[in-house]
Design a protein around this ligand. Structure first.
Ligand code: ZN
Ligand code: ZN
Length: 353
């Protein structure tokens, strides 16, 4: 439920975002993350060794006809507050999902209020990965609704690898930086539940979490100074739990990404393998191309052209140069376009009926 205060998608593009994180994008290959069978596993092992993607045998038949994705946290904010983070409300044939929860504890709570978004009616949360700029609002949001609406924001879908310890060295001392390890018991104390996916799963009719995304294409866009604990010891953290939400619509697949650490090309490749080999109708959210080389952005555009991407709606860590390049006539599908989303702005599919 979004009020008329929500600003419609801007017709003019806003360039010139100032981006600042310690991430890099290089065209080196990365190992594929393993996909295992236990859907509810909470194993801390991210299983970073190479393994083939497992293709789901039975596909959901439902196609979503009406879809709205409203941004609740990103840098640019024509309504409410902006921040380095991401969150969006998904409404797919009337089912509501909160995708990511922003960076600061209260940003999404206050932006939802400013936009007239009722949090009490949203049962489901999907978290894209463990980084603070995506999970920072979870506890505040849950606590704000738990008493009056116990089922609201109570079920959180994450991908395997979310619970692995992460370390960074600061001044010669090791610091744990996976906030989810402390958020988990506090969230569960409110009556909430986590569902950890090792494989793609249809969480609502026509709406899928990808689970861990196999890294078959050379996309590297994370902070290489962080380490993750695996069954083989501590290795560079390549965010094995980084997942996207994919909505299977009448017009093709729509991919919603938080930070896109698995890489947009890996994400759409995985989605087309395990859900449906359809054109990509929309790619929405953060795709972490803000530090990418011009060569890598160009390569990405070519791959997105191959999957007939229609609408690229970038936010958060996507970066102006990627939006600008994808918006160049002919880079995406013949009628493709690319814009930057701000808080309160939407991606919409109205359906055919
Ligand atoms: Zn991230
Ligand atoms: Zn991020």
């Amino acid at each position: 439920m979004v009020s008329s205060l929500v600003s419609s998608l801007v017709s003019s593009l806003v360039w010139g975002l100032s981006m600042a994180t310690a991430c890099r994008s290089t065209p080196a290959g990365t190992p594929a993350s393993a996909v295992v069978d236990t859907e509810q596993s909470s194993s801390p092992s991210p299983a970073a060794e190479a393994a083939p993607a497992r293709t789901k045998a039975s596909h959901g038949a439902h196609r979503v006809s009406t879809l709205t994705i409203t941004v609740l946290s990103t840098t640019r904010a024509p309504v409410g507050a902006g921040e380095w983070g991401f969150a969006a409300l998904v409404e797919a044939d009337g089912h509501e999902i909160l995708f990511d929860t922003g960076a600061k504890p209260r940003t999404v709570l206050e932006n939802a209020d400013a936009l007239g978004v009722a949090l009490d009616s949203i049962p489901t949360v999907v978290l894209s990965h463990h980084h603070d700029d995506h999970v920072g609002g979870l506890l505040t949001l849950r606590k704000a609704v738990a008493e009056r609406a116990p089922a609201a924001l109570a079920t959180v879908h994450v991908a395997e690898g979310m619970w692995a310890p992460r370390h960074v060295e600061i001044d010669g001392r090791t610091k744990e930086v996976n906030a989810m390890l402390t958020i988990r018991p506090a969230f569960e104390a409110t009556g909430g539940t986590f569902v950890t996916h090792a494989q793609p799963a249809e969480i609502q009719p026509g709406v899928w979490v990808t689970g861990p995304v196999p890294r078959v294409h050379p996309e590297r866009n994370w902070n290489t100074t962080r380490r993750i604990e695996t069954s083989e010891g501590w290795i560079e953290d390549m965010l094995p739990e980084s997942q996207a939400l994919v909505i299977d619509t009448d017009d093709g697949l729509v991919v919603l990404s938080g930070c896109g650490h698995a890489g947009i090309v890996n994400i759409v490749t995985h989605a087309r393998q395990v859900i449906r080999r359809a054109p990509i109708r929309g790619a929405v959210g953060g795709f972490h191309l803000h530090r990418a080389t011009a060569e890598h952005v160009q390569w990405t555009g070519q791959r997105l052209h191959e999957v007939e991407l229609q609408d690229f709606y970038g936010a958060h860590c996507t970066g102006a140069k990627a939006v600008q390049h994808f918006g160049t006539p002919g880079v995406l599908s013949p009628t493709g376009r690319a814009v930057e989303l701000g808080v309160g702005e939407r991606f919409e599919l109205a359906g055919h009926q």
